[in-house]
Write a protein that binds this ligand. Sequence first.
Ligand SMILES: NC(=O)c1ccc[n+]([C@@H]2O[C@H](COP(=O)([O-])OP(=O)(O)OC[C@H]3O[C@@H](n4cnc5c(N)ncnc54)[C@H](OP(=O)(O)O)[C@@H]3O)[C@@H](O)[C@H]2O)c1
Length: 314
Amino acid sequence: MSFRPEDIPDQSGRIFLVTGANTGLGFQTSKALLKKGATVIMSCRSLDKGKLAKESLLETNKSGTIHLLKLDLSDLNEIKKFSAEIKNRFGFLDVLINNAGIMAPPQTLSKQGLEIQFAVNHLSHMALTLELLPLMSNIRGSKVVTVTSGAQYMGKIAWGNLQGEIKYDRWSSYSQSKLANVMFAIELEKRLRANKSETFSLLAHPGLAKTNLQANSIMTSNSWVEALAYKLMSPLFQSAEFGALPQLIAATRKKAKGGEQYVPRWNVKGLPRLAKVASSALQSEDREKLWSISQSLINDYISIQNQLPSNPRT
Ligand SMILES: NC(=O)c1ccc[n+]([C@@H]2O[C@H](COP(=O)([O-])OP(=O)(O)OC[C@H]3O[C@@H](n4cnc5c(N)ncnc54)[C@H](OP(=O)(O)O)[C@@H]3O)[C@@H](O)[C@H]2O)c1
């Protein structure tokens, strides 16, 4: 069974937060949600880029409401202030879409000195989710949708080299961060159920979609091989609008269940369907280990009130 854009129901009165909303899949997700009457909070690392994106959305969308807030996920310190602002201004949240991401840059460190892909793609989204969960946990049908990639199936968690401190390989690090997205989302779902929360955790991956992700990767790595590879693979790519459909369906489908993953029908392109996650994300010991390492890394820099234990009685 596959899902169509028409399957997105009316979203009037619901509040969505989309990270990395100024371009690519985040922009298309915001656009489609606004069309359905949603209130969309666009979080962007650059307010200038965010303003341009917001203006462009306002030109075409007469329904829905847009808010723009700055959040640079390469700095864990921004998460506390950002989450407090969301709480003060909105009070609750229906859906958080953990969408922002970067792919395969040369070795780069976050503001806290952590490997940038691990930090932006995984760690900061985990911190953001834990901070915002109290705004969602009593809201029926609330969801956290984490955007992963087909790279999850090739991903391995390098336990002894999590930050590329011994050896850095930009692609292994990307796949690791996208597998970490899956492990986090599945573990989150397990803990939400154990804590009798109203919130559900789901996953989506877009297949191959034409966005800035590939261009930025080519630019930062200066790789002509990669540029050529993308040229040759061009017919396999779908539009960003289509690539956003799996996360849109995961975020809005009433019958969508926690732990589900939505992907394109032909894995790289096509209408969304349900798919199994990478088998390496199914080992609960590994998921708990990653959760605990990630939590202590986050706690080294910011204190997160909501720790969401695996067993609520402990
Ligand atoms: N496109 C694909 O084929 C594909 C395939 C598999 C998975 N994905 C996943 O889809 C998600 C969206 O990517 P996309 O394809 O839409 O790429 P994109 O066009 O490059 O958009 C990525 C978004 O993330 C933002 N971002 C990057 N670093 C950030 C930071 N430090 N703090 C806050 N925001 C940051 C970017 O902001 P700026 O505009 O300021 O850079 C941009 O808004 C990512 O998680 C990616 O891994 C994409």
